[in-house]
Write a protein that binds this ligand. Structure first.
Ligand SMILES: C[S@@+](CC[C@H](N)C(=O)[O-])C[C@H]1O[C@@H](n2cnc3c(N)ncnc32)[C@H](O)[C@@H]1O
Length: 287
């Protein structure tokens, strides 16, 4: 193991201080500006019911992709640059380990990613003794075409769902998944069990009305995850909250939300106004 990887892993072993101060608050949410590991280490132990994490995919490598029919750079932002395979793995080990402490014994964690990151995250979960419940394939019916025409068109992401150990009594709203109104999902058959492949399109224009985040997740995806896995009155945490999609879904379903992000603008210009709008009873897309 290289020195830089060891240094990153050591960061997760720093003794927790439980002295985090939110940068912004709303009635039902707390938003922290800073590094995910550092902030998680300052939050109270066993205080969160469900974690959704959409960590950097580390795919900003100078390549190109297709957006709105045009060839554009894949580079998202400096936070998405790879540290190399071992460095990226150490990063994932660190923040996943820090999540363990703050999650309640029956709590669950969700992690999203593509092949650039999801194997690292899955291996970290296994090494740390988490118990994997499912891997969900999130199929994107409106995925961008592949311009090179030398490989298959990327049209899915993977979501890992895990609990702290095999015997933990995790929450799962089976009925809501089976009988809920999921009509927009072309793969879900009414009144049949929810399967592990979900068809959900990217975020709508309305969901981006406070600005564009380069990797914003669709609200419908987070709404389903939270409906499935967060108990009533539970606390949801997102250590890489970006534009605040997880918070919007959590608050809409009557939960409390804790968001962390290292970029001030995302918290101030997107997450905060989206959460305030929800608390005022205005859903994304309404005036
Ligand atoms: C993939 S995006 C999450 C997008 C989010 N799910 C949404 O729907 O808007 C990852 C986020 O992690 C943040 N980030 C990157 N490195 C971080 C770190 N070390 N600690 C906290 N946040 C970080 C970035 O600013 C970015 O907003």
């Amino acid at each position: 193991m290289g020195n830089s990887m060891q240094a990153l892993l050591d960061q997760a072993l720093a003794p927790p201080r439980e002295d985090a101060v939110p940068y912004l608050t709303t009635k039902y949410s707390k938003l922290y500006l800073g590094d995910a590991v550092d902030t998680l280490n300052r939050l109270p132990a066993a205080s969160v019911d469900m974690i959704f994490a959409d960590p950097p995919y580390n795919l900003s490598n100078g390549g190109t992709t297709c957006h709105a029919g045009r060839r554009v750079s894949v580079n998202k932002a400096s936070w998405d640059t790879s540290r190399g395979i071992k460095g990226d793995f150490a990063f994932h080990m660190n923040w996943i380990q820090a999540c363990w402490r703050i999650l309640k014994p029956a709590g669950t964690i969700w992690i999203s990613g593509t092949y650039h990151s999801i194997f690292s995250c899955g291996y970290a979960l296994q090494l740390q003794g988490w118990h994997l419940l499912n891997d969900i394939t999130w199929f994107k019916p409106n995925a961008a075409p592949n311009l090179a025409c030398r490989m298959f068109t990327a049209s899915h992401e993977t979501l890992l769902w895990a609990k702290k150990n095999k015997n933990a009594k995790h929450y799962f709203d089976y009925e809501a998944m089976k009988f809920g109104a999921w009509e927009k999902d072309i793969l879900k058959k009414a009144n049949k069990q929810m399967r592990s492949v979900w068809a959900i399109s990217g975020p709508t224009k309305e969901e981006k009305r406070f600005g564009k985040h380069p990797t914003q997740k669709p609200l419908a995806l987070l709404d389903r995850i939270i409906a499935a896995a967060c108990p009533p009155d539970g606390v949801v945490l997102d250590p890489f909250c970006g534009s605040g999609t997880t918070g919007v879904a959590a608050l809409s379903r009557g939960h409390q939300f804790i968001g962390i992000d290292s970029e001030r603008d995302y918290l101030q210009k997107m997450t905060l106004p989206r959460l305030v709008a929800i608390e005022k009873g205005v859903r994304d897309g309404e005036a």
